[in-house]
Ligand binder design. Structure first.
Ligand SMILES: Nc1ncnc2c1ncn2[C@@H]1O[C@H](COP(=O)(O)OP(=O)(O)OP(=O)(O)O)[C@@H](O)[C@H]1O
Length: 241
């Protein structure tokens, strides 16, 4: 099991962002982590990538404890944060080189060239980050996340800001990456989750309200789209958990 989350809770002051959540994610599958605004997705992802500590509970990534083994966790995880912080003054290749150095990659030039190809950055690779459109900046974030060939990818809204042509390319990339890795990604686009994910976890107000294979979820809610299922579990008429 690549990701194991057990009774994870995070409090920001009085605010309970996540409330004793548990789920698992395994290799060779793409897990869609869905939920309304403020449900707790980014908070969970930031804990899983050792960026912030949980208040209680436990999470491991490839067997490493996210609270106690942050360095090991960062070696095995590729993370695209929600706001994708990048240095606007750096050229695309410089920015990838910077991240490659942090990971101490030996085959730096080759990996930079590989991820530029994989993320479709070829035509824009000679620009500065600040000169790129939002969608291409998102691709740089993705390229940075995968440059060290991590076993686990955690992608917080990786397709936000992409135009329809770019969307299909990045969705295919996520699927391809998920064939041999563990991928957890969040999105507000339910059709995208249906197209890309094998497994769906839905979080609402800090609680998990669905955790199942996409096919099983459909079986439990026959004739409904994922969007309808999502609304029934998280909308104002949803049954409280
Ligand atoms: N640093 C923080 N300090 C205080 N409260 C926070 C902090 N970060 C998140 N929260 C709160 O925790 C809750 C969960 O937020 P989170 O960003 O995890 O939600 P999300 O599911 O990622 O939402 P969105 O879909 O809008 O990105 C929200 O109520 C949010 O206001």
């Amino acid at each position: 099991m690549s990701i194991a989350v057990e009774h994870l809770t995070k409090l920001f002051g009085q605010q309970k962002a996540i409330d004793s959540i548990s789920f698992r994610a395994e290799p060779g599958k793409v897990m869609g982590f869905l939920g309304p605004n403020g449900a707790g997705k980014s908070t969970t992802m930031r804990i899983l990538t050792s960026f912030i500590p949980q208040t209680s509970g436990r999470a491991t990534v490839c067997g490493f404890d996210v609270a106690r083994e942050a360095l090991e966790v960062r070696r095995v995880v590729g993370y695209l944060p929600e706001h994708n912080p990048l240095y606007p003054e750096l050229y695309v290749k410089e920015s990838l080189g910077f991240v490659a150095n942090i990971h101490g990659l030996q085959n730096k030039r080759q990996r930079i060239s590989d991820v530029i190809g994989l993320t479709g950055l070829g035509d824009e690779q000679h620009k500065k980050i600040g000169q790129l459109s939002k969608g291409y900046r998102q691709r740089v974030g993705l390229a940075q996340a995968i440059i060290h060939d991590p076993k686990v990818l955690i992608l917080d809204e990786p397709t936000s800001g992409l135009d329809p042509n770019q969307l299909s390319g990045i969705r295919k990339l996520i699927r391809d990456l998920g064939a041999s890795r563990t991928v957890v990604f969040s999105t507000h686009i339910m059709q995208e989750a249906e197209a890309v994910c094998d497994h769906i976890v839905i979080i609402n107000k800090g609680n998990i309200v669905a955790d199942d294979a996409l096919s099983s979820l459909r079986g439990v809610h026959p004739g409904r789209t994922l969007e309808e299922i999502f609304i029934s579990l998280t909308g104002s008429n949803a049954i409280a958990h």
